[in-house]
Design a protein around this ligand. Sequence first.
Ligand SMILES: Cc1ncc(COP(=O)(O)O)c(C=O)c1O
Length: 337
Amino acid sequence: MPGTNESRVAASRLEALPRLALGHFPTPLIRMRQLERALSAGRELWVKQDDYSGPGFGGNKVRKLEYELAAAVEAGATEVLTVGGIRSNHCRITAALAARLGLGCGLVLNGSVPVQGVGEPASHAMDRWFGAEVRYVEHGSERASAMARWAGELQSAGGRPYMIPLGASTPLGACGFVRAVLELRGQCDSMGWRPGTIVHATSSAGTQAGMLAGLWLAGWEDVEVTGVSADDSAVVIGAEVRRLVRGVEGLLGVPEGMVTAPVRVEDGYIGDGYGVPSEAGREAARFLARSEGVVIDPVYTAKAMAGLLANVERWGTGPLVFWHTGGQLANFVLGPV
Ligand SMILES: Cc1ncc(COP(=O)(O)O)c(C=O)c1O
């Protein structure tokens, strides 16, 4: 709540956190009038385009990495290590930003290793273009230990590695989305409206946790947030969101439990699993491209949009903001170069 002692402390702690201005902010906030018309929606629909946040083809991870990479630089890191799936947006963006900062970058990726060259998933090829060194493991459960071993090797060789957990979903990374909500409030205030509902894709939970803490700080606690899962159940992601919210409260010096907003995770649009495109997602992506010229991705945002389209009159009230978290490169493969 603005104006309270707690919020003043939180705002000044947020301001004092080291952050590298690496992204292009504010990202565009655009009314989707054609989509409103096509759906005969009885409410305003807006898109907050974090796909335009900048380096590494943009996306929600830029906001989190502005904080995590500042911590890495403060710690005197020589390289950053992180983990993700083969086409991880987080890993690609980390690699791009590490290049910009002159840091080495090591990525532990899990999944079946694509053949390099023409036809290779573009995101995977870009990891190499951005100069990252890549190691592979078979399962997601092996990533964190592989990263820790790699850090040990680098330390023994005299390096100073800094490890960033999956999705940069730490309390510190989530602060990127506390700031993001304040950015949205600034844009809305200047246009004279406020949202009733935010819908976005969720997975490692940092985006949603940061948003909930940011809504508290913005005095917008009544704005309803629905995270549409790309992989795990609502129970699993919801617990992680709550854990990260407590962590953000701690970082910002706010009494534990101050952020009381309900955690809404919708897990009905995952389809056949993480990374497997769903028919509803495909249709949603085509529909959005045709009606608004906005490109979404099959792994995260198309599933969130499928949920939005099916529930446009049901999820929350008032103007609805679809928070585009990026990932659009997943639609493309490498051509001849
Ligand atoms: C494009 C995209 N959207 C949404 C998400 C989910 O964000 P979070 O991991 O913070 O829940 C991710 C990353 O996992 C992503 O790459």
